[in-house]
Design a protein around this ligand. Structure first.
Ligand code: SAJ
Length: 421
């Protein structure tokens, strides 16, 4: 059976490689010629444990071929990106629509089309089905969302449960048979709309709970408490799972999926407010910087500020919707001397972050810990003290520093105790 995977990005290419490894004849289709040529040379920008070997194995099996035009197949799996239009805050379904139109141009009796791209509710039957119906052929269509955690992609793609949401019973069964070939997780059958909602609920649940953690962090700061200890204690309850506060929510998924969910739901209150709370956290970090500098009688204008962390979360190289960059942009309004550092991110928004911490913090008046990279947990701050400016301030937004290093003022997000010398 020949499977065409449409969209060879972060989800599509690993999917194509896993399908080839599972014994399918796989054709990967992407409109980007650079993507196609690098894959043909077994090169990839996807930095995930085990992926490079998986890709090499799939290519050497001769069951994975790639190209920049659609190819007739029995099964089509669409994994193109569905991003959020920054102005309208609505889903940009242009690439998805083009992918489905390309499939329609070669669609034949009995073909199966599977959508893995995250979409607003109702897209499968409301947008995709009509395009395929126009071909007046019997086909099968299902929405089967991916839900892999960046940094653990290969393992999760094979072991996570999968939701199989067909437009009818037969579509669900046919799609399930494909995942059955490589998926070790539970294959849960449902309809297309329920599957679309479930995927969006997963990340909206997370976004709302992060907003709760951020709001109670601000509360704790005002009350003089320690939100981190209090959350740990609350989570010792068998049915409580409060998330972690932070400098805001980054990444490609949690920053867009909740907007997809409420696209047609004007009355949303909790979800909209959660998105607002999270989006304001970088401003809260900047306010903390300004208050800390004035407490040591320093003018932010002449101060040097080092931001540790551009990646959207710990130990990944993905900078999309970076909180570190957002804080950087806000601080640049007050001082030019702001440095971005990250051990993994090579470039973002035309900025090449400093690679080494020692270099970034030289002469710094303020150091902000934004991303929870393991590298930052090992820093011996006291030994670095003389490299920094006078009365250096450490702002920890991820609860990485448990004890105030001698010679520093330590301010922790969600920690109300006054900055101590
Ligand atoms: N964050 C917090 N506090 C937390 C958890 C996360 O501030 O308690 C921040 C992180 O620092 C990061 C952002 O939120 O900036 C998103 O991090 P994440 O790990 O929650 O999200 P992703 O985008 O890496 O992965 C999520 C996962 N969804 C769920 O866990 C429900 C993943 O399983 C999904 O497959 C992925 O989104 C996706 O593809 O949608």
């Amino acid at each position: 059976m020949k499977i065409c995977v449409v969209g060879l990005g972060y989800i599509g290419l690993p999917t194509a490689a896993i399908l080839a490894k599972a014994g399918f004849e796989v054709y990967g289709y992407d409109v980007n010629d650079l993507t196609i040529s690098s894959i043909r040379n077994a090169k990839t920008t996807i930095e995930e444990p085990g992926f490079e070997d998986l890709l090499t194995e799939a290519l050497s099996s001769k069951r994975l071929h790639v190209g920049n035009s659609i190819e007739r197949s029995e099964v089509y799996i669409v994994a193109v990106s569905t991003s959020l239009d920054p102005r309208s805050k609505k889903a940009d379904l242009g690439p998805l629509t083009k992918a489905v139109r390309d499939i329609a141009s070669v669609l034949t009796e009995g073909d199966l089309v599977i959508i893995e791209s995250t979409v607003p509710p109702g897209t499968t039957t409301g947008l995709i089905k009509p395009i395929l119906d126009a071909k007046k052929k019997r086909y099968f269509l299902a929405f089967c969302p991916e839900r892999v955690l960046p940094g653990n992609l290969v393992h999760e793609m094979v072991n996570n449960n999968r939701i199989i949401g067909g437009i009818d019973e037969e579509s669900t069964k046919k799609a399930k048979a494909i995942y059955h070939k490589f998926c070790k997780g539970q294959l849960i059958e449902t309809d297309a709309l329920t599957a679309e909602l479930a995927k969006l609920f997963e990340n909206t649940y997370r976004t709302v709970n992060i907003a709760l953690a951020n709001e109670i962090a601000l509360l704790a700061e005002g009350l003089g408490g320690d939100v981190w200890d209090a959350i740990d204690l609350a989570n010792s309850h068998p049915r409580v799972y409060i998330h972690q506060p932070g400098p805001g929510v980054g990444g490609y998924c949690l920053t867009k999926d909740p907007y997809f969910l409420i696209e047609g739901f004007r009355d949303s209150k909790i979800i909209r407010e959660a998105l607002r709370i999270n989006s304001k956290m970088p401003e809260h970090v900047v306010k903390t910087v300004r208050e800390a500098l004035s407490a040591v009688k320093k003018d932010i204008k002449g101060s040097k500020i080092a931001i540790l962390g551009v990646a959207y979360k710990g130990n990944v190289a993905d900078p999309r919707e970076s909180q570190g960059y957002c804080i950087y942009s806000l601080l640049k309004k007050f001082t030019d001397d702001v440095v971005l550092q990250d051990p993994y991110v090579k470039e973002y928004m035309d900025i090449r972050p400093v690679k080494v911490v020692n270099e970034a913090i030289k002469g710094a008046d303020v150091v902000i810990l934004v991303t929870e990279h393991d590298d930052y947990k090992k820093i011996d701050w006291e030994s670095m003290h003389k490299k920094l400016g006078k009365d250096p301030v450490l702002i920890d937004t991820r609860n990485l520093i448990k004890v105030r290093p001698k010679g520093y003022i330590l301010i922790r997000l969600g920690h109300g105790r006054k900055a101590r010398r």
